[in-house]
Design a protein around this ligand. Structure first.
Ligand code: UDP
Length: 257
């Protein structure tokens, strides 16, 4: 029943299989399927939420019941982190591939340009959303940017942000406040926004703007993105310990008969 509520889009969008990784359900979708779902959500009109899940999300959900509830209530949880693929295989229920926030954002920008959907970029440091939007528009000159704003996930800013986004009437809202805040922000504000699709995208604007380089493709392919991030941004070490050794140990524990 919960699955039907989650993605009630008819025969062209069958509800994907979900794999439970340490209690967080991740959808076994390919990038193409995620784009089909995203479009169905936009067409359906009422509010939907997509989360791009990685091992840090899973570990945070174990600590935070509110975050776990937001992930469980999201319409789609894509497997963003490579570690989730390894974990799912280890647990005997493999996922077909990754759907990362940055790739999904690029695909949705192409979809939006083709269909005339309006995109709003919320979050990141001042000016970064504008640079990310400019990079997307350089690739898709027909893309309509409904708005860009850094703002803040702080509760006190919510009334203003709701008004700003409501007036901009986007079809797709990308929120870059990092997890878990962006996903909680969407879950909390989405009922008041009248935006059909909102997605938490973490550091995607930093990547699209070129301010933070993406790990080389070969490192991403073999799951060493964390090592690249650790070398470039050593202040992330705590998060990386959570995402790599702690996550691995917990998955091994879950997999024990
Ligand atoms: N951020 C923000 N406001 C905040 C906290 C974070 O705009 O109060 C932005 C930050 O500038 C960055 C993004 O959120 O662009 C978080 O990126 P990160 O790579 O840490 O997110 P993750 O993908 O790990 O969730």
């Amino acid at each position: 029943m919960a699955a039907v509520e989650r993605l009630p889009f008819g025969p062209e969008c069958p509800v994907p299989r979900r794999v439970s990784i340490l209690g967080v359900d991740v959808d076994d979708v390919t990038e193409d399927e995620a784009v089909v779902f995203a479009e169905a959500m936009i067409r359906a009109g009422r509010p939907h939420q997509i989360c791009t899940v990685n091992p840090e999300f899973v570990m945070e959900a174990r600590r935070s019941p509110a975050f776990a509830a937001a992930l469980a209530a999201a319409n789609l949880c894509t497997p963003d982190g490579y570690g989730l693929l390894l974990a799912a295989r280890y647990l005997g229920s493999p996922l077909r591939g990754r759907v990362t926030g940055v790739d999904l954002t690029r695909r949705l920008a192409a979809l939006a340009a083709a269909r005339g959907y309006r995109l709003f970029l919320l979050g990141a440091a001042p000016g970064v959303a504008e640079e990310a939007a400019a990079a997307l528009r350089a690739r898709h000159p027909d893309l309509t940017i409904a708005g860009c704003f850094a703002g803040s996930p702080d509760l006190r800013h919510e009334p203003f942000l709701r008004q700003l986004i409501g007036a901009a009437r986007p079809d797709i809202l990308l929120v870059a406040y990092g997890h878990p805040r962006q996903d909680l922000w969407i879950a909390h504000n989405q009922p008041h926004l009248r935006v059909p699709l909102a997605i938490g995208v973490g550091g995607v604007f930093d990547y699209l703007s070129g301010r933070v380089p993406l790990a080389p493709a070969w490192m991403r392919r073999i799951g060493l993105e964390w090592l690249y991030r650790l070398a470039r941004q050593p202040r992330r070490w705590r998060r990386i310990i959570d995402a790599v050794p702690r996550f691995t140990l917990e998955v091994i524990r879950q997999g024990r008969p």
